[in-house]
Design a protein around this ligand. Structure first.
Ligand SMILES: [Zn+2]
Length: 385
């Protein structure tokens, strides 16, 4: 069982049930309406990038919304984004709404602007998938598409387990068991690399990076060109869920501990550990096609800005349960087919719970922990020389 004790923060006020229902959303559509309303109330300029062909379950538009506040010529820009992994969006979006509601934009330093990017993967959020409309893990989609794609020969063993996995408890446990057997035979590094580092050969598999830059990737680069070509210093937090201790923030940097980014981020958040390559069970893994790395490269092709960006996860359940959740997401998109609707609904609701717990205590904990994280990011960017 995961440790479900939660951190408190004495310096921020307790969060009541009304705030929870105001800030957290049950659907993409609800989340988007709340975001657009909060942007209007705070005088943000919003540009909406609609998906060219797809709609949500109620026929609603799917869009990635970019919202800007502050001088157009600001030399420092802070970026907060959510929804790279579709259904992980709601908690990050709630922290953004809380920051808006508590007057965050009014306390920005001079010469700093904020860019909010809402629902990087709107299809995934709307249809309760972590992956996108093409079964792509967007955090493996930012490969260098002009070069030969990275190989992940060990993935085929995982794919065999995936094809055998059924959605009952025994079937999901069998997948985890198979994974552990693989780790025992070939080492934990190989096993974790095969399942999580990204693969480009099995479009219906796990950690599939795609065969071209996705619609979300194109739009994200467009937003960078529109808003970040003049900035001199950029800091970016991309909110996720599913890694780390229950209800706690888990910072992940895709650069080594020897990097300048590591030194900068450790200085901004001395009360948090910045995890570099020790994300799971202390094992070092090289990931392919990471979104923040791709975005850094794109921004650097526009200007000579200094950029630090970091993924912050809100921990939910134990690693094995999260591995099963990846299998459930894959099954729902690729294999559910004509399965009974009651079964599909049950798997979907369990998948959502694993990335977006219903517990009010979990939701309160992340709101309480996020307030200081926003403050520290802005203070850090302002004093970054
Ligand atoms: Zn994620």
């Amino acid at each position: 069982m995961p440790d479900t004790s939660l951190p408190g923060n004495a310096s921020y006020p307790p969060i009541g049930d009304a705030a929870l229902s105001r800030l957290f959303s049950a659907t993409y559509s609800e989340g988007r309406q709340k975001f657009l309303k909060a942007c209007r109330n705070n005088d943000f300029a919003v540009s909406s990038h609609h998906h060219p062909s797809l709609k949500g379950p109620a026929g609603e538009d799917l869009a990635m919304d970019a919202a800007w506040f502050g001088p157009d010529t600001a030399s420092r820009v802070i970026v907060f984004s959510c929804g790279t992994h579709g259904l992980e969006a709601a908690p990050g979006a709630a922290t953004i709404l809380q920051w808006l509601e508590t007057g965050g934009p009014n306390h920005l330093p001079d010469d700093m602007a904020v860019l909010l990017i809402h629902a990087i993967n709107p299809y995934g959020w709307a249809w309760a998938h972590r992956i996108n409309e093409d079964g792509i893990d967007l955090n493996r989609n930012f490969a260098d598409w002009n070069k030969a794609l990275p190989e992940n020969t060990a993935y085929k063993d995982i794919h065999r387990l995936l094809m055998d996995a059924s959605m009952d408890e025994a079937g999901l446990n069998r997948f985890v068991q198979g994974f552990h057997e693989l780790a025992a035979q070939k080492g934990m590094n190989t096993a974790l690399t095969s399942i999580t580092s990204g693969q480009y050969d099995f479009p219906d598999g796990l950690s599939f990076g795609g065969d071209a830059l996705s619609w979300s990737g194109e739009v994200l680069f467009q937003i960078a060109r529109d808003h970040l070509s003049q900035a001199e210093k950029i800091a970016h937090i991309d909110w996720h869920t599913g890694i780390g201790d229950y209800g706690r923030a888990h910072f992940i940097l895709d650069e080594p501990k020897t990097s300048e980014s590591y030194a900068v981020l450790s200085g901004w958040w001395p009360d948090h550990t910045i995890h570099c390559d020790d994300v799971v069970e202390g094992v070092s893994i090289f990931y392919n096609g990471i979104l923040l790395e791709g975005l850094r490269k794109e921004i650097r092709s526009l200007n000579s800005a200094q950029i630090v960006n970091v993924t912050i996860e809100w921990g939910t359940y134990a690693v094995e349960q999260m591995v099963q959740a990846l299998v459930m997401d894959n099954w729902l998109m690729q294999r559910a087919g004509n399965s009974p609707s009651a079964q599909i609904d049950a798997v979907r609701s369990e998948l959502i719970e694993r990335f977006y717990p219903k517990s009010p205590d979990w939701r309160r904990a992340i709101l309480q922990a996020s307030g200081p994280i926003y403050d520290q990011a802005i203070k850090g960017l302002n004093s970054w020389n």
